[in-house]
Design a protein around this ligand. Structure first.
Ligand code: S3P
Length: 185
């Protein structure tokens, strides 16, 4: 009989996807069900900067926001038993992709433009969508980012037509499969 593994591999789940795809809602519940910690990278950025996201964008620019966001990802490397919800633009910095993958199992919550627009139009806190034609902005950003989400993800979940409860159940199943047979480091 072999001895139990004294140092099991760390397990983390990272949620990526466009604004309004449900990362924070799903991540919070998933973490609670697993008994893991929950981290929202946007919240960490706000804490680090000492101001809300619209003010970071307005006073310091998007690049300053992205630098802090990459620092937050770096700080999460080596974490164990944590669910991370990321900001929708995290994949736009190429150096973030290996950082995301180093944290853990990366799940893309892939929602169609229509669902996203319905959800984000209720909230005016997203600086990138304060444009004359937010619908067009969503469409353009989504087209640019979809291949980036795809390249970062271990698993894609098409959320359209599913409630959050079903999405979470699918993540549990996929994560079980992934952690029972993780790719070589
Ligand atoms: C952004 C998404 C936001 C936040 C910031 C920029 C983006 O997070 O990080 O406003 O570039 O898509 P959510 O995806 O949680 O809305």
């Amino acid at each position: 009989m072999s001895a139990p593994d004294p140092d099991p591999a760390p397990q983390c789940i990272v949620l990526i996807g466009f604004m309004g795809s449900g990362k924070t809602t799903v991540g919070r519940v998933l973490a609670h069900q697993l008994g893991w910690k929950f981290c929202d990278t946007d919240h960490r950025v706000v804490k680090t900067a000492g101001k809300e996201i619209p003010r970071i964008f307005a006073e310091d620019g998007e690049d300053a926001f992205r630098k802090i966001e990459s620092g937050v990802l770096n700080s999460l490397a080596g974490s164990d038993r944590i669910v991370v919800a990321t900001g929708g633009g995290v994949v736009t910095r190429p150096e973030n992709i290996p950082l995301l993958r180093a944290i853990g199992f990366v799940v893309w919550l892939d929602a169609p433009e229509e669902d996203i627009f319905q959800r984000v139009s209720r909230n005016k806190k997203r600086p990138l969508l304060q444009t004359e034609n937010p619908r067009e902005t969503v469409r353009t950003l989504l087209a640019t980012r979809a291949p980036l989400y795809q390249s970062a993800a271990d698993c894609v979940i098409q959320t359209h037509g599913f409630n959050w409860h079903s999405v979470i159940r699918i993540i549990h199943q996929r994560a079980d499969q992934y952690f029972s047979n993780p790719p070589p480091a």
